[in-house]
Design a protein around this ligand. Structure first.
Ligand code: UDP
Length: 244
């Protein structure tokens, strides 16, 4: 019998309450049973954006799983006294799945990033996970009306499809094309492709442990500051919600 996954609502976005191990095992199981799956890895920015853009909110709430990619979501869940088990990032999920897929000899399609970033990311997958086959790849700067990418994915039937177009485009792309596919786990993974390519470093464990990965990223990529204004706004919205 299928177990129902508990959902925790954070500013009306329903997060799956699963540990990292539970979630990645579940996704791997869905890959093996060829169960088509749409995953959103949501941080406070995405939650705020969804609450300001109803059409995006409609799209992401159609996903099979929305997982908490960001310590801000975990803290918010605690503040609202509806704790979530654990942070589940797009990057960590990608790596764990590639490890499992390497053992099972499954295939991946990588969509997104600049041409040279994509190339390097694919090289990393090929060298670190030699049994994972690359079903195909395409850079992330294509004409939105171009249906050949989706057709290629439909034809090559990858088990995992990493969609790295940044939000909201990656979720929008998955949502708009999802009906075309028969199978595959589709995840919007954003900057994961840059980390795989080695062009952006993941924050060292120290920064992750003290829950300041966001600060590390800001120091490394100061151009992100404007986007990060969403974080204090998110915290204010959570405090308001708590008082209700
Ligand atoms: N990207 C892309 N097409 C676009 C916009 C972004 O392929 O139209 C890529 C971008 O090159 C980068 C990745 O998406 O490799 C993540 O972008 P960003 O850092 O903006 O996303 P986030 O980490 O916030 O999800």
């Amino acid at each position: 019998m299928k177990k129902l996954v508990e959902r925790v609502s954070i500013l009306s976005i329903p997060f799956a309450n699963l540990s990292f191990d539970e979630f990645t095992s579940l996704l791997f199981e869905r890959m093996q049973t060829k169960t088509k799956t749409f995953v959103v890895t949501a941080n406070p920015e995405i939650v705020m954006y969804a609450n300001a853009h109803e059409s995006y909110k409609q799209m992401i709430t159609q996903a099979d799983f929305i997982v908490p990619d960001g310590i801000g979501i975990i803290k918010a869940a605690n503040t609202l006294k509806t704790p979530l088990k654990e942070r589940v990032t797009g990057y960590d999920t990608t790596i764990r799945l590639l490890e499992k897929m390497n053992e099972a000899k499954l295939s991946v399609y990588v969509l997104g990033g600049k041409e040279e970033v994509l190339e390097k990311a694919v090289q990393t997958i090929e060298s670190d996970y030699p049994n994972v086959s690359i079903a195909g790849c395409h850079h992330g700067y294509f004409d939105w009306e171009d249906k050949t990418i989706a057709a290629d994915i439909k034809k090559t039937k990858p088990d995992l499809i990493l969609v790295a177009l940044g939000f909201p485009r990656q979720e929008q792309w998955i949502y708009e094309h999802f009906d075309m596919f028969d199978r595959g786990v589709f995840i919007g993974v954003g900057g994961t492709i840059d980390v795989l390519a080695g062009t952006v470093e993941r924050a060292p464990m120290f920064w992750q442990k003290i829950h300041l990965e966001w600060l590390y990223r800001l120091l490394k990529q100061p151009s992100r500051w404007k986007r990060m204004l969403a974080i204090p706004k998110f915290m204010m919205a959570i405090n308001k919600e708590k008082k209700r």
